[in-house]
Design a protein around this ligand. Structure first.
Ligand SMILES: Nc1nc2c(ncn2[C@@H]2O[C@H](COP(=O)(O)OP(=O)(O)OP(=O)(O)O)[C@@H](O)[C@H]2O)c(=O)[nH]1
Ligand SMILES: [Mg+2]
Length: 384
């Protein structure tokens, strides 16, 4: 039997809750941010929208120690319950009440009994409740309902892992110790910044990617020698809505966020890398028959070809960089492939060591190019 501290709502670790595990969150104030970076160290600042996989990449290269991973167990429970709680507590719940029970659940559930069970979880998660939740998640009617409305729910990637029978059974067992995969999939929205020392002299800084968190990004974007930016982009978010407003398509949000920060003058001073993440999730969605072109109307390629779709997305991002060619390199990965993450981060640090001497020279050339472009534009305008 487990007691949960908090069930409903978003999974950010906030100040009001118990002190978060040390390495999961670290707020940095503007004055201390740049001074915390040693002059001779190499630093990657991870930026990107919420859910793109920044923290997952950090966990892949720097596993959470066991004593901290135990603190994530409650969040795993929350990941499993978040969608049912959301469904029953919002207009979806009202919609369900109107529908005949059979249209929603094919098993023995009904809305009323589920509400009672959900209310019970506010304090206790026992064997009986775990069984109910498991069979609810695997009820074909419930699965269909969630699938149809998947664009409204965050947590899908985490839930997909936690409700698999072999994982669910382990998690429910008393004395459960999370393995590396469990902590990888556990979704906790990052607030503030999390700094890890990857190797001696090599630091990675994770940031929160939700809209409110992005306002804090400039804290870490002051120019420093040895600092680079790594944008993380999800390749699989095209059929999802932003958690922030439940309206904006996340693919659109991702592109416009990239466009905005690419042109930000702080970002312009730093070398940029892009990691296109969640290739495995994109492949799974394509396999499940979800059509990219239903969501991105400008795509006229093959909806059954994840490679073609990912290349299309990558080109949309890189075309914003056509003029300046500021993106040093881009990568396509699945963060659940830990070796791939380690190789990618090593490569960024390695390239960057070679690249450094010429970065300042590039910046001078870029300024000259901007000047030339503006002169050319004003010449064209005056000749009309
Ligand atoms: N299958 C799969 N899941 C992934 C991958 N990358 C991330 N995830 C899952 O996606 C969810 C969100 O990932 P996070 O790393 O928390 O996203 P984030 O960018 O840190 O989000 P914020 O902290 O809100 O800015 C987690 O449940 C991860 O386990 C991936 O490549 N494949
Ligand atoms: Mg995060």
């Amino acid at each position: 039997m487990r007691r949960l501290s908090k069930l409903v709502g978003q999974l950010s670790i906030s100040e009001e809750e118990e002190k978060p595990p040390q390495t999961l969150r670290q707020d940095v104030n503007p004055s201390s941010a740049s001074s915390s970076i040693n002059k001779h160290q190499r630093t990657i600042i991870f930026l990107g929208c919420g859910g793109s996989g920044k923290s997952s990449i950090m966990r892949a290269i720097h596993p959470i120690p066991e004593f901290l991973s135990l603190k994530l167990i409650d969040y795993m429970y929350e990941n499993i319950l978040n969608i049912p709680t959301f469904i029953l507590g919002t207009d979806f719940g009202k919609e369900l009440k109107k529908r005949k029970n059979q249209e929603f659940f094919e098993n023995e559930f009904n809305h009323h009994s589920l509400m009672i069970y959900m209310a019970k979880t506010a304090s206790i998660w026992d064997e009986e409740f775990a069984k109910k939740i498991y069979s609810m998640w695997w009820d074909p009617g419930f699965q269909k309902f969630v699938f149809e409305r998947r664009s409204s729910f965050a947590y899908m990637d985490a839930v997909h892992y936690f409700i698999q029978q072999r994982n669910f059974k382990r998690i429910m067992r008393s004395g459960f110790h999370p393995c590396r995969e469990d902590t990888f999939y556990c979704m906790i929205k990052t607030t503030g910044f999390v700094e890890i020392s990857y190797r001696s002299g090599y630091v990675c800084v994770d940031s929160g990617g939700q809209r409110t968190e992005r306002k804090k990004w400039p804290i870490h974007l002051q120019y420093e020698e040895g600092k680079v930016i790594c944008f993380v982009v999800s390749l699989s978010e095209f059929d999802e809505l932003c958690y922030e407003d439940d309206v904006t398509n996340r693919y659109e949000e991702g592109l416009s966020n990239w466009d905005t920060w690419y042109h930000n003058e702080l970002v312009q001073k730093l070398p940029i890398y892009i990691i296109f993440n969640k290739m495995d999730v994109l492949e799974r969605k394509v396999k499940n028959g979800i059509k990219f072109s239903d969501y991105v109307k400008s795509y006229d390629g093959d909806d059954n070809d994840p490679e073609a779709i990912s290349e299309f997305i990558i080109q949309r991002y890189l075309e914003i960089d056509t003029f300046f060619n500021r993106v040093v390199k881009h990568f396509k990965i699945s963060a659940n492939n830990f070796d791939q993450c380690v190789n990618t981060i090593n490569e960024i640090f390695h390239i960057d060591e070679r690249y450094f001497g010429i970065h300042d020279f590039r910046r001078i050339v870029e300024h000259l190019l901007v000047g030339l472009k503006e002169m050319e534009q004003s010449r064209i305008q005056s000749s009309h």
